[in-house]
Design a protein around this ligand. Structure first.
Ligand SMILES: [Zn+2]
Length: 287
């Protein structure tokens, strides 16, 4: 991706190296909050329940935070994330203007190990997430190491796709889709609720594709191999693949993000058409 000379966002909040005070000791409400966050964003809660047995590094310690010293690689990664965020701002501002609406820019919080969001306390193990209550995207940059090494999805455009997907959740929030879906999910059976989560996630993938389409048209950001990097990432983090890798078998009813093929298909649809109308996963005949 061509990004070095592009605009940086003013909406990055750097909380790396800060301590997080754990308000509730033990499993209790702390764990519950984490699980709620996880369900809300469609992450497999078992990941967090297991993690929450462990003390969160930095949690419960005195709040004197030493300045975070980032390595040159981390500095460059933080710059990159800032450029991608800035580009989503320009793109979604234009698209919202086209609909006669104003785009409210989300903040992006960089954190290390654990972070307190309006949606609860989260450890880095949950991966990047969006909290609709404070309209912020949260990311621990070490996730990109996992993306490359654990999930087999290297490349800067794979990294950009992750941010664009979370910003896609922000767009869903601004358009009132998130609220509707969450109220439906609260009354649905578990498998129906999972299906709604899959629709939300695939729509965020499609919106990430819509971003890439317009960003490339306006600012020629794509280099050879970029699209493949994003499609590979979408495929590598599909539920079927993750489940097979994690426990050796696949149960589609428990999918919360969509299969690899679905994630690739919806990202591609957004990318090729550049049209939000093409991202209506809720009324699609086939996901
Ligand atoms: Zn998501």
């Amino acid at each position: 991706m061509r990004w070095e000379d592009k605009r940086r966002s003013e909406n990055v909040e750097d909380r790396r190296g800060g301590h997080v005070l754990r308000r509730v000791a033990g499993g209790g409400i702390g764990t519950l909050l984490l699980v709620l966050v996880a369900m809300y964003f469609g992450i497999d809660p078992s990941i967090i329940l297991n993690q929450s047995q462990l003390p969160i590094p930095g949690a419960g310690q005195p709040t004197q935070s030493e300045p975070y010293s980032a390595s040159p690689a981390e500095k460059s990664l933080a710059e990159f994330v800032s450029v991608v965020l800035a580009d989503t701002e320009d793109t979604w501002q234009a698209l919202f203007r086209g609909m006669g609406q104003t785009y409210q820019e989300p903040k992006l919080v960089l954190f290390s190990e654990a972070v307190e969001s309006a949606c609860g306390l989260a450890s880095a193990a949950v991966g990047p997430f969006y909290c609709p209550m404070d309209q912020k995207v949260y990311i621990d940059l070490s996730f990109y190491g996992d993306l490359k090494n654990r999930f087999g999805a290297p490349g800067d455009f794979a990294q950009a796709y992750v941010i664009a997907h979370e910003v896609g959740h922000h767009v869903q929030n601004l358009l009132g889709i998130a609220e509707k879906v969450n109220s439906l999910r609260s009354r649905a059976s578990e498998s129906q609720s999972n299906r709604l989560s899959v629709m939300m996630e695939l729509q965020a993938d499609c919106l990430a594709g819509v971003w890439a389409h317009h960003a490339d048209r306006a600012r020629q950001i794509l280099e050879e191999g970029d699209v493949e990097e994003a499609l590979n990432a979408a495929s590598m983090i599909g539920d079927d693949r993750m489940q097979r890798q994690g426990r050796g078998y696949v149960t589609p009813d428990s999918f919360t993000h969509g299969s690899s093929a679905q994630r690739v298909r919806w990202f591609k649809r957004g990318l090729e058409t550049g049209s939000m109308d093409q991202c209506n996963t809720f009324e699609a005949e086939r996901l």
